[in-house]
Design a protein around this ligand. Sequence first.
Ligand code: ADP
Ligand code: ASP
Ligand code: MG
Length: 465
Amino acid sequence: MGSAPVIMKFGGTSVGDAAAIDRLVRHVSAARQREALVVVVSALSKVTDRLLQLASFAAAGDEGAIQAGAGELLDRHTEVARQITPDAGKLTAELTSELGELRNLLHAVATLKDASPRTRDAIAAFGELLSSRIVAAACQASGLPAVSLDARRVLVTNETFGSALPLMEETAASVDRTIRPILAESRIPIVGGFVGATISGVTTTLGRGGSDYSAAIFGAALDAREIQIWTDVDGMMTADPRVVRATHVVPRLSFDEASELAYFGAKVLHPSTILPAVSKSIPVRILNSHRFEGDGTLITAESPLNAPLAALACKRHVTVVDITSTRMLMAHGFLRRVFEVFERYRTPIDVVSTSEVSISVTVDDDSRLRELADELSTFAEVRVEPDMAILCAVGDGLRRDPQLASRILGSLGQFPLRMVSQAASRRNVTVVLQDTVAAAAMVHLHEIFFPHAADVPEDVERVAL
Ligand code: ADP
Ligand code: ASP
Ligand code: MG
């Protein structure tokens, strides 16, 4: 057994019920024959949504809703516990005790009628704390030497509640104290994703979908051989499978391509996942937990040579903000002032395009848009247009073929484009259009640029960029 472990991360639907957990155990058993493993799990499917909803009910003082919700969560988790292990007594007692703590926390929030981001993190973290115990018990019931680890003892983060960032040095040190000794005994650590704690031990989360990121952080800390993201689709698909029916798996992606796709809406990968992998050059592989065959998508530093475009991605329901300088030409310092306002309201910008007197940007998070627009209005004219979508074609091939970008834009002639952008990386062509036509535009682009699903070679030629 080699010393570099493989990280296996299983998402919500891959631990959603007893049947899914049974498949997980079979994957882990098979992989264990070959190498050392660290298993990272999400909460059972939909549990994080439910926990955050309960936090909101609690903040509104709705005791009835929180009692009913906590009861449902207990029923669901204990039911799965009974199905995955013949001797569920100890596990059920642990789950009941954890959920008792959740009830107390929700009750306190209901009394105060206030759920700060810090409290919401403490509530959201219960999903992964419960699922990691259940999965460890399921592995043990199948004879695997699994050990459940509390993620708050492993992942050290800063104090940005709701979207905490890892402190890599501190995390590497705690990984040495917690995960490595378990691996040294040839056992399998099972740890929840998404959840961490500050240096002083306050619970944090990495933000929605953050279990992929946890897996990559642990992978980097352990110099893993590979970081595997096990999910409910066959890999990174050529387009969002919820929008386009005829998608197929992209067998190979570069780190840069995968980052762009994740950033622009390919939900299968959390956008920050690639960062820790790049830092240690660790391959990332996306695999379908429902299958026992298939190579999924392999993501490495190299770029597939013979694939012009890697895939399409789409971010729906974004808002375009047009900001026009009230002077005739953009005064010196105008852009800086504009970006400072977005910074102050902690509202990230995705796409930018500028003209002589105006700048257009897209934002995903519109929660502070009203205040933000008011402030911009003190020195510019502001127009806000909701219900737009970003459509993005990604591929390292765009750097090699100068005609490709114009072919993409040309093929979108029938769709009114609100913004067009190609960043310096020249790895993507991004357009912004009405959300109502985004799906049709994606289907159309997919038909043109990915016409022969079955013809895509499995073993593409590779080149380092
Ligand atoms: P998990 O719970 O395993 O983390 P997610 O729901 O976060 O799974 O991500 C998987 C989903 O991402 C898929 O079911 C699919 O609907 C969506 N998705 C969006 N774009 C893509 C894409 N290009 N390739 C694969 N899946 C995608
Ligand atoms: N359970 C968390 C979420 O639903 C993290 C994850 O699944 O990646 O956002
Ligand atoms: Mg996910």
